[in-house]
Design a protein around this ligand. Structure first.
Ligand SMILES: [Zn+2]
Ligand SMILES: [Zn+2]
Length: 155
């Protein structure tokens, strides 16, 4: 994993860089992530908000209410519709990148699972994962678990 991390939308009109160490990687099983991904769950890469810089294109902003009742703003590519980044209103210090939009996804390793109450029944969760059955009131467990995992990574 090398900084800056680079990524973008599916058509390439939006390109971003993440210029600081990510804070956590986890899986979200909420129904909104299932709908957005069109799949069984979404992955989340928590980053310090100022570290996320668009280097090509300007995203359209789209606001919605989350399952938690809070509002979330998303960055959307106007051309292909991919939404690579969410900005939760509950915590303005972080942004949450959909890490499948990174150019290099090889180092992604989820340390936690949130909204497990709406997880698909066939999903297996690895032993030792940080688990929240809904929205985590406190994300420090996810951040601590990532720090521990990060220490085992080569770079
Ligand atoms: Zn696009
Ligand atoms: Zn979710």
């Amino acid at each position: 994993m090398k900084l800056p991390l680079t990524g973008g939308c599916q058509c390439g009109a939006l390109r971003y860089e993440i210029r600081a160490e990510p804070l956590s990687v986890y899986v979200c099983h909420c129904t909104e992530c299932q709908r957005q991904s069109g799949a069984a769950f979404g992955m989340s890469l928590m980053v310090p908000r100022p570290a996320l810089i668009y280097v090509r294109g300007t995203p359209r902003r789209w606001k919605r209410k989350a399952d938690s009742g809070r509002s979330i703003e998303s960055d959307m590519c106007e051309v292909c519709g991919v939404r690579p980044v969410n900005h939760p209103s509950a915590n303005d210090k972080i942004s949450v990148v959909k890490p499948g939009t990174l150019d290099d996804t090889s180092w992604l390793h989820p340390v936690g699972h949130i909204w497990t109450r709406s997880a698909q029944p066939w999903v297996t969760i690895a032993d030792g994962s940080v688990i929240h059955d809904g929205h985590p009131a406190d994300v420090s467990g996810l951040i601590e678990a990532w720090k521990k995992h990060r220490a085992t990574m080569r770079d």
